[in-house]
Design a protein around this ligand. Structure first.
Ligand code: NSS
Length: 433
């Protein structure tokens, strides 16, 4: 008897198979039971009749939600069933029966988000949440496939760091050994700048941390970032790499996670158009667009969620905004030689109001200018000595960016909040479970 997954059912039409999973739901109608099983790859409806399969019927009758079961039966096509197939149940082995006195806490009705977040370790079993996590995994797979294919070598960055990369207001301080202090990394960038000088084209992909005090639908305190960095590269190279990466990720999810996008009821016509090249506008042009639409933004302002939404709503694919004022950007940004008040940096804004998914650009490669900027930003020079070494020993123009994985996946899935697209979200006021 082949042991199969629900995802594979279509290849076994008319055959007896075994499924291993859980009882997701069940409808009882006299002498017929209509269980729904889930196994992590999907859900499948079953049919079991008292007359034909009395033992299986007895095992299933009254069985509680989320009890673990091994089910044997014949697969048959059924257009009305989710996934297009159902199983005619002939045998059921119950591995663990969920007790009636302590039923599974998540019922098949609407629950409040706080309740669900407290039950996150169970909530991920629901078909919608499982579909999102499968899409996340595909996005990661495709992103790495793209980077590797472009000749970038994975060189991961440390999580304990001695210095800030993205400003000092969102640092998580940790007590390191003895009296030494360290911080959880906000970005692997400074380290991939070092590995880029060693290997040429590199990327890091791992968790990053920000003590974000803002409670928004786009902020986590722990999130994953993919960060490419290349020696002898400039702003233009990175805008092109970024649009290639995002196109590949979106198109791969469309191709390989069709069922999951369907389960989420995602309007995929809005994703199908996401192909490079993406529109590009300068910060100055963006300000003009905002003012025309009645937004009070003026030159020198940073963009918040509202501004990003106005800008990106004009396009059917992500929008690249480049050359922001240096004053509102990080200390390491290379100034534009034509307009030194501007930084050779860019952001990529996702459509449909999902906001910034990429931030990056060209780095300062001149030693003296970098020291000047460290001082202007009140950053401790001692902690950056190793970083300054990169400008002492064979400094070259170089550039990179960071793609926020959860923002990207939230947009692809069309979820309201990014907390649903990471298995165990960490947010202001939440570290449980
Ligand atoms: O602050 S960034 O814009 N840029 C950097 O950290 C650079 N040091 C990256 C680099 O050039 N290597 O963050 C990059 C992206 C940003 O566009 C978001 O998509 C995401 O990281 N991001 C976040 N996602 C979720 N939650 C929070 N709090 C968050 N902050 C940034």
């Amino acid at each position: 008897m082949p042991i199969i997954t629900i995802e594979q059912a279509g290849q076994y039409d008319g055959q007896e198979v075994t499924l291993r999973g859980w009882l997701y739901n069940q409808r009882e109608s006299g002498k017929l039971l209509f269980p729904i099983f889930r196994d992590g790859t999907g859900i499948m409806q079953g049919v079991c009749s008292l007359k034909e399969q009395p033992a299986a019927f007895e095992a299933l009758r009254g069985l509680t939600q989320e009890s673990s079961v091994i089910v044997t039966g014949k697969i048959r096509a059924e257009q009305r069933a989710p996934g297009g197939f159902e199983i005619g149940v002939s045998a059921v082995e119950v591995l663990q029966r969920v007790s009636e006195s302590q039923p599974y806490p998540i019922q098949l009705k609407e629950h409040g988000v706080d309740f669900l977040l407290n039950q996150r370790h169970l909530w991920i079993r629901s078909p919608r949440q499982a579909a999102i996590l499968r899409i996340r995994a595909e996005a990661i797979r495709a992103a790495r496939e793209f980077m590797d294919g472009q000749g970038y070598t994975l060189t991961d960055a440390p999580i304990f760091t001695p210095a800030a990369c993205e400003g000092t207001t969102t640092l998580f301080e940790v007590q390191y050994i003895d009296d030494e202090k360290a911080y959880l990394t906000q970005s692997g960038q400074l380290y991939v700048e070092a590995t880029a000088m060693a290997l040429g084209k590199v990327y890091a992909f791992g968790p990053t941390f920000r003590a974000e005090k803002s409670k928004t639908r786009r902020h986590l305190t722990e999130f994953w970032m993919l960060e490419p960095e290349a020696a002898y590269a400039d702003l233009g190279d990175m805008m092109e790499l970024g649009e290639g990466l995002v196109s590949h990720v979106v198109q791969s999810v469309l191709k390989n996670r069709t069922r999951e996008l369907e389960a989420l009821k995602r309007d995929t016509t809005k994703l199908a158009t996401v192909k490079a090249p993406f529109p590009r506008i300068s910060y100055d042009e963006a300000i003009a667009v905002l003012q025309k639409s009645g937004n009070p933004a003026k030159h020198g302002d940073d963009f918040g969620g509202d501004e990003e939404t106005i800008l990106s709503s004009q396009y059917d694919r992500p929008l690249i905004v480049h050359r922001y004022p240096a004053a509102i950007k990080a200390f390491y940004m290379q100034p534009d030689p034509q307009r030194p008040d501007l930084a050779l940096g860019f952001d990529m804004l996702a459509p449909e109001g999902y906001g910034e998914i990429i931030g990056g650009g060209q780095r300062i490669h001149d030693y003296d200018l970098l020291v000047k900027r460290l001082r202007e930003h009140n950053l401790p020079e001692e902690s950056f000595q190793w970083y300054l070494d990169l400008r002492r020993y064979g400094s070259v123009p170089h550039a990179g960016f960071g793609l926020g994985l959860e923002r990207t996946v939230a947009w692809i899935c069309g979820t309201e909040h990014i907390r649903e697209v990471i298995p165990f979200p960490r947010m202001i006021y939440r570290v449980y479970p």
